[in-house]
Design a protein around this ligand. Structure first.
Ligand SMILES: Cc1cc2nc3c(=O)[nH]c(=O)nc-3n(C[C@H](O)[C@H](O)[C@H](O)COP(=O)(O)OP(=O)(O)OC[C@H]3O[C@@H](n4cnc5c(N)ncnc54)[C@H](O)[C@@H]3O)c2cc1C
Ligand code: FES
Length: 274
């Protein structure tokens, strides 16, 4: 785990609420894995006091060396302050943190599912899978509230993904929830994907995990949680998981250390979430 200042290369709006921020930090760029995260503090400010967790969206090894990009959505005070920062300013980063995604078998097909800002960690995962020589077909199902949520689609197309879009208001792609259309599509496939990678809101993650279990597909889910520290000290990010073999006691994992990526079958879902 490293503590580094990183200079902002650009901080550009992608839509009303979404921003791309590129940073230079060679030590972190050299070590962070897809699905791991960084705790970001806006430099020289005590407000907000706590760091905020963000994934690496894309890595740029050469342009300039050691740079990477985050994609973030403005939802509150911390992300509002982040959106006001300019090229040349710095942020302080703690990371890489947590357990990221495991790469698939070389020949297996890959399915990714994203809901809204859940798209953030998936381009870096997709690039890593493509670079690893995985030859199976790749599909992204991407759902949002409206068309403004559906960013980075061309990048997945360029990596050879087939992209299926869904919006709740029908402004782009199919109308409805991504999980509803996905299940219908999966049941029509001759060959099921080897693995589902998913990131999005809790109810979507639950649907994906349950669908994957019904169809006998393994799932890796990047889970969201409110995080106070990011390093296992404050217990604000606990997630109920299956008890370890041989015990019956409820087991709570820390999303920051044991995740954020969990196997779908590890998680005990909150009944009120469906
Ligand atoms: C491992 C991990 C990686 C993440 N990666 C990204 C990313 O790449 N891009 C991105 O935009 N966001 C990401 N998030 C979510 C991001 O950390 C929060 O949106 C951010 O901390 C909000 O800070 P804020 O001060 O703007 O909002 P706050 O003022 O702290 O909160 C505003 C609202 O957002 C809700 N909220 C805050 N944090 C979370 C959270 N973690 N999950 C769900 N709801 C939350 C609060 O309950 C509140 O309703 C990630 C979260 C985790 C746990
Ligand atoms: S964020 Fe503090 S224990 Fe996970």
């Amino acid at each position: 785990m490293l503590l580094r200042n990183a200079k902002i290369l650009f901080n550009n709006p992608v839509s009303l609420e979404l921003y791309h921020m590129a940073l230079v930090c060679p030590d972190i760029a050299a070590t962070i894995q897809p699905g791991q995260f960084l705790m970001v503090r806006i430099q020289d400010r005590l407000d907000p006091l706590l760091r905020r967790p963000f994934a690496v969206h894309r890595l740029y090894p050469n342009d300039p060396p050691g740079s990477f990009e985050m994609l973030y959505k403005v939802v509150g005070r911390g992300t509002q302050l982040l959106s006001n920062m300019l090229a040349g300013d710095s942020v302080n980063l703690l990371g890489p943190l947590g357990r990221g995604f495991r790469l698939p078998e070389e020949k297996g097909s890959v399915l990714m599912v994203a809901g809204g800002i859940g798209i953030a960690p998936l381009p870096y995962l997709a690039e890593t899978i493509a670079a690893s020589g995985c030859k199976g077909p790749s599909v992204l199902w991407f759902g949002g509230k409206n068309s403004a949520d559906l960013v980075c689609v061309q990048h997945f197309n360029d990596l050879g993904f087939t992209v299926q879009l869904v919006t709740e208001d029908g402004s782009e792609g199919r109308k409805g929830l991504v999980t509803g259309h996905l299940e219908q599509w999966l049941t029509q496939q001759n060959e099921l994907p080897g693995v589902i990678y998913s990131c999005g809101p809790y109810p979507m993650q639950r649907s994906v995990a349950e669908m994957a279990a019904r169809l006998g597909i393994s799932s890796q889910l990047s889970m969201e949680a409110l995080m106070g520290c990011g390093v296992g000290a404050c217990l604000s990010c606990s997630l109920r998981c299956r008890p370890p073999e041989g015990t019956q006691e409820p087991h709570y994992a820390n999303v920051c250390q044991d995740g954020p990526v969990f196997d779908g079958e590890e998680i005990v879902w909150d009944e009120s979430s469906s």
